[in-house]
Every structure is written in structure tokens, then in C-alpha cells.
Design a protein around this ligand. Structure first.
Ligand code: UDP
Length: 325
């Protein structure tokens, strides 16, 4: 049985990871400051409430428990907020990761899985982004994640840390068994906002920009089911058994959908009208982000299984209709 520390395990993606690890028989400790996460989302895992920037709290945790691997999901992750308050992003995402990595080194844990992002690429030069595409982030969120990837590369050379950075495209959807889902307050992400509008819980849905050079003028993103993301983390851990060093992989479905296409899919899934207002572009948004997932398929043996757009929206809709949401 492996012992895994999941930092940020009370959050949206982290909680789906915790559920999968528990199902696989791992012993799981969650470390989370509950700033955006939810106590109930960690299920049967041990929860230690603390902040990764608190070095004393981390050192106490690593003295009490030993771990075979650390998965790091804690981050501030709202692009527009990172543009308006970059210091907060460098503090939580970069200083926080450094504090955690230092504790990991002191504790002698050799394997580390990091939640990175497609935002490290900036504005893509190709339709499908491969991992060797230049990394020129256009917002502090992407820059903060890229800095951590750099730290992981340096940590591999200097300290022998084995790591995988997983560059998520747009995480979406909810636990297929209906126990977990996305629940941010306030919510900024497209699919939850669309579904809140369908439920009549939000003010009118806003579409940020219809003047991009895309199929219908709205931004195109690659939506990847959160349960598919969680499975990729297990594959990444197994990959490190035979491949030391620092690695990075795109995690996306390989297909893009525009904002207007997502809204239309939600109208079909929910059977509700979902009126939307056209607004100016949101700062920091690249027009198109779609993954080539070839490297993850070939090297990790990973395959997205639930990332067809309608299936993503349908799973999120079931969660939004649940009283626990
Ligand atoms: N978006 C939108 N209305 C919303 C939320 C998002 O038009 O209420 C757009 C946003 O501008 C971007 C896309 O939907 O083009 C995906 O945004 P999201 O915040 O879900 O994820 P991001 O790509 O920023 O990580």
C-alpha cells in the first residue's frame, strides 16, 4: 500500500484524486488550508488543515508521517485575478511550492506530481500544442506555474527529485458517481457558470469576447474530464518508477470547443434556454488552447475516457442539481 500526501486534496481536482487513491487502496493524507476547498470533499482521507507556505506546519507533518509520494494541487488558479493581483499568485503558487519542495527534500520523499497548466504556453503558434511548444505565458498564473516547473527541473539535477508536471487544459465535469464536483465561491469558470444560469442561480451568463479569430469568434478551449485527469496522475506516479528525472505532459482531450459551443451543449443537456450576454474580452485569455495529448498517450499509457463535451456537461449538471452542490 502506498502512502500519498495530497496537498490541495480538498479542492476540485484534488478531491477527485483523493477519491481515486482511496479506491486504489492508498493511505491518503490531505494537507489543505480550506481557502477554496471543502472539508467534506476529502472523504475518508486524513485531513490536516494548514498552508503550504507555513514551513513549521509542513515540517511537523513530515515528522509525524512518512510518504512515498507527494501530489501538489494547491494553487490560486483564476487567470483574471492573477492579472489584477500578481503578487498573490507568486506568493501562493511559487513561494508555496518552494516551501513544500524544501520540506519534501528534507523529508527525503523522492516522487512529486505537480498540477501545471496549459497557461504556460501563452498564445499558441499551432492548432494542437505539443509539449515542445515555446512557453511564453501571457498571465501571472501561467508564469507562476512555469516557475515551479523550472524548480522541479533544477531539483531533479540537484537533489535527484523525480517529478511529473501535468499541464492540464480545462478541467471540467464531476465525479461520475455523483459524490464530488466543482464548487467555487465565487465561481469564474465557464461550465459551472453556464449551469448556474441554467438553474437560475446566477445573474445572466456573460460571454467574454466574440471577436477572436476562431470558429465563431469566442475562445476555444480543450475540456478534459476531472476523473480522466485523476487517472493520469496514477499513471504518472507509475511512470516515475522507471523514469527518473523531471517530466512534463499535456493533459487534454485533443479537441477544442468554443464558449458558444459549450453553451449550446449545455442547452441540449439541460433542456433549458440559458440566455447569454456578449461582453468584452477578459484580460489574460488566449484565443485558443487545445492539447496534443500524444505524449501522454504514448508514454503514460493514459487515455481520456469521459471527455466528450456532452458527457462532461452532463456529469457537471448532475452535480449542480444535487443538494450538496
Ligand atoms: N468564459 C466566459 N464566461 C464565463 C466564464 C468563462 O465567456 O462566465 C470564457 C473565458 O473567457 C474563456 C473560457 O470561457 O475564454 C474558459 O474560461 P474558464 O474561466 O472556464 O477557464 P480558463 O481557460 O480561464 O482556465
Amino acid at each position: 500500500m502506498s502512502r500519498i500526501l495530497v496537498c490541495g486534496g480538498a479542492g476540485y481536482i484534488g478531491s477527485h484524486m483523493v477519491k481515486l487513491l482511496l479506491e486504489q487502496g492508498s493511505e491518503v493524507t490531505v494537507f489543505d488550508n480550506l481557502s477554496t476547498g471543502h472539508r467534506a470533499a476529502v472523504g475518508a482521507a486524513e485531513l490536516v488543515v494548514g498552508d503550504i507556505r507555513d514551513r513549521a506546519a509542513l515540517s511537523g507533518l513530515f515528522q509525524r508521517r512518512s510518504f512515498d509520494a507527494v501530489m501538489h494541487f494547491c494553487a490560486s488558479s483564476i487567470v483574471a485575478e492573477s492579472v489584477s493581483d500578481p503578487y498573490a499568485y507568486y506568493d501562493n503558487n511559487v513561494s508555496g511550492a518552494l516551501s513544500l519542495l524544501d520540506a519534501v527534500r528534507t523529508a527525503g520523499v523522492g516522487r512529486f506530481i505537480f498540477s501545471s497548466t496549459a497557461a504556460v504556453y501563452g498564445v499558441p503558434e499551432q492548432d494542437l500544442i505539443e509539449e515542445h511548444h515555446p512557453t511564453r505565458p501571457i498571465n501571472p498564473y501561467g508564469a507562476s506555474k512555469l516557475m515551479v516547473e523550472r524548480m522541479l527541473a533544477d531539483a531533479a539535477s540537484a537533489y535527484g527529485l523525480c517529478s511529473v508536471a501535468l499541464r492540464y487544459f480545462n478541467a471540467a465535469g464531476a465525479d461520475p458517481e455523483g459524490e464530488l464536483g466543482e464548487s467555487h465561491r465565487p465561481e469564474t469558470h465557464l461550465i459551472p457558470n453556464v449551469l448556474q444560469s441554467a438553474l437560475g442561480q446566477a445573474t445572466q451568463l456573460q460571454v467574454f469576447g466574440t471577436d477572436y479569430d476562431t470558429v465563431d469568434g469566442s475562445c476555444v478551449r480543450d475540456y478534459i474530464h476531472v476523473a480522466d485527469l485523476a487517472e493520469a496522475h496514477l499513471k504518472a506516479l507509475a511512470f516515475l518508477d522507471k523514469h527518473p528525472g523531471a517530466h512534463h505532459f499535456n493533459l487534454g482531450s485533443g479537441s477544442g470547443h468554443s464558449v458558444l459551443q459549450v453553451i449550446e451543449a449545455a442547452r441540449q443537456v439541460t433542456g433549458r434556454p440559458i440566455p447569454a450576454a456578449i461582453r468584452p474580452r477578459r484580460p489574460g485569455d488566449p484565443p485558443v488552447l487545445v492539447a496534443s495529448n500524444r505524449r501522454a498517450l504514448a508514454s503514460l499509457g493514459w487515455q481520456p475516457r469521459r471527455s466528450e463535451l456532452r458527457e462532461i456537461v452532463a456529469s457537471a449538471w448532475r452535480w449542480h442539481c444535487d443538494p450538496r452542490y
